[in-house]
Design a protein around this ligand. Structure first.
Ligand code: ADP
Ligand code: ASP
Ligand code: MG
Length: 401
């Protein structure tokens, strides 16, 4: 007998038929003699709808109240799925994040899980029940509800799998596994049988939302056996694990991130310490800076240009404008019409020519590169947002065919 954690995303539980389909997968797993903990997301577009409802009331909502609102989506799913399991004769109980013991830090809407007090889940499993847990949520030390950020149910699932030392954590979604690019953008994308944690982490961080990047980080840290598979087709999915035989494909995938903005600070005095002042301000506000470009000094001045997540652009701009005196720039410009497109592959550091193949594919399609960043296992370029899908296809074609 094994302990299996199964997570089902929003599309997989979107309506009655899909809920019963999920209930059958869960009941079959239990009937095969396994203990099962299920984590579910909010149905379909529920989270987006809740965000819209809040925006109808205010553009500056209390983050605590946002979490109170957003956490309701998952609560609907756990109750309905548990009822569906009951209809199939499968004993089950639903638990909200706090009932399941998810303790988080205090950062509303982007909370991090600190620990899981898993006695309640273990007790329910001992009663021979399937435990259906609300993803994406927990409580902080003031007993206020928190949420984990978009796509956070993946993280809930992996965290439970780690806490319970589960034998397997299956992430069921609306595609058959992890592909070499988003199969909705690249028709010729190929499904991967296996991918390493590091490659998956890069892909997820660079925009492949099939797995939330924090969930991959946790799976790597705690050695969770992770599989991404389809809730709609009964076909083998993708295994995510520590080491993969690297003889195979050099490039594992192409990812696109449109949640990105560029901040340019023009006319910064070309003296030591100015970049430190700019980026320490960003760090204080917990703004994630990604690609950084600094022009060489010209007549005593330079430009400092960097990218931030799109939803942090305004706060970054405001912070810099309020503190311009500290680093002495004369103008701040922001641009949100950009996208980051990346190639990822653990083998690339020992293979010359990856960058030139990527840039050639862009050149052949007349796509201009604004910024470039590289690491041992990825190359990212910043380009115009309207060309992003064309770029993903061109780069995929150059590497995967
Ligand atoms: P869920 O609701 O199950 O959490 P998500 O929408 O968060 O599902 O993630 C699944 C989606 O991720 C797919 O529908 C697909 O469009 C997208 N995606 C992006 N990149 C990839 C990739 N490399 N492989 C598979 N799917 C990808
Ligand atoms: N419902 C949340 C979201 O839409 C969490 C999740 O689906 O993982 O982001
Ligand atoms: Mg998701």
């Amino acid at each position: 007998m094994a302990l299996i954690v199964q997570k089902f995303g929003g599309t997989s539980v979107a309506n009655r038929d899909r809920l019963f389909n999920v209930a059958r997968i869960v009941a079959n797993t239990r009937n095969e003699g396994n203990d099962v903990v299920v984590v579910v997301s909010a149905q379909g577009d529920t989270t987006d709808d809740l965000l819209e409802k809040a925006a109808e009331i205010t553009h500056n909502p209390s983050q605590r109240e946002m979490d109170m609102l957003l956490s309701t989506g998952e609560q609907i799913s756990i109750a309905l799925l548990t009822m569906a399991l009951g209809e199939l004769g499968c004993p089950a109980i639903s638990l909200t994040g706090w009932q399941a013991g998810f303790r988080t830090d205090r950062t509303h809407t982007k909370a991090r899980i600190q620990r899981i007090d898993s006695e309640r889940i273990s007790n329910e499993l001992a009663k021979n029940r399937v435990v259906v847990v609300a993803g994406f949520q927990g409580i902080n030390r003031h007993d206020d509800i928190t949420t984990l950020g978009r796509g956070g149910s993946d993280t809930s699932a992996v965290a439970i799998a780690a806490a319970l030392h589960a034998d397997l954590c299956q992430i069921y979604t609306d595609v058959d596994g992890v592909y070499t690019a988003d199969p909705r953008i690249v028709k010729k994308a190929k499904k991967l049988d296996v991918i390493t944690f590091d490659e998956m982490l890069e892909l997820a961080s660079l925009g492949a939302q099939v797995l939330n990047n924090r969930s991959v980080e946790l799976a790597k840290k705690y050695g969770v056996n992770l599989e991404v598979c389809s809730s709609m087709n009964n076909v083998p999915g993708t295994i995510v694990k520590e080491v993969v035989d690297v003889e195979g494909m050099l490039i594992k995938g192409v990812a696109k991130d449109v949640n990105v903005a560029v901040i340019s600070i023009l006319g910064v005095p070309d003296v030591p310490g100015m970049s430190f002042k700019v980026f320490s301000l960003m760090a204080q506000r917990k703004i994630n800076v990604d690609i950084i470009l600094q022009s060489s000094g010209n007549e005593g001045y330079k430009d400092v240009i960097f990218t931030v997540p799109l939803d942090e652009m305004e706060i970054a701009r405001k912070t810099l404008e309020e503190n311009m005196g500290r680093f002495g720039g004369n103008k701040i410009e922001v641009a949100d019409n950009v996208a980051k497109v990346s190639v990822v592959g653990a083998g690339m550091q020992s293979h010359p020519g990856v960058a030139s193949t990527m840039f050639e594919a862009l050149y052949e399609n007349n796509i201009n590169i604004h910024m470039i960043s590289t690491s041992e296992i990825k190359i990212s370029v910043l380009i115009d947002k309207k060309e992003a899908d064309k770029a993903v296809n061109a780069i995929h074609n150059a590497f995967v065919g």
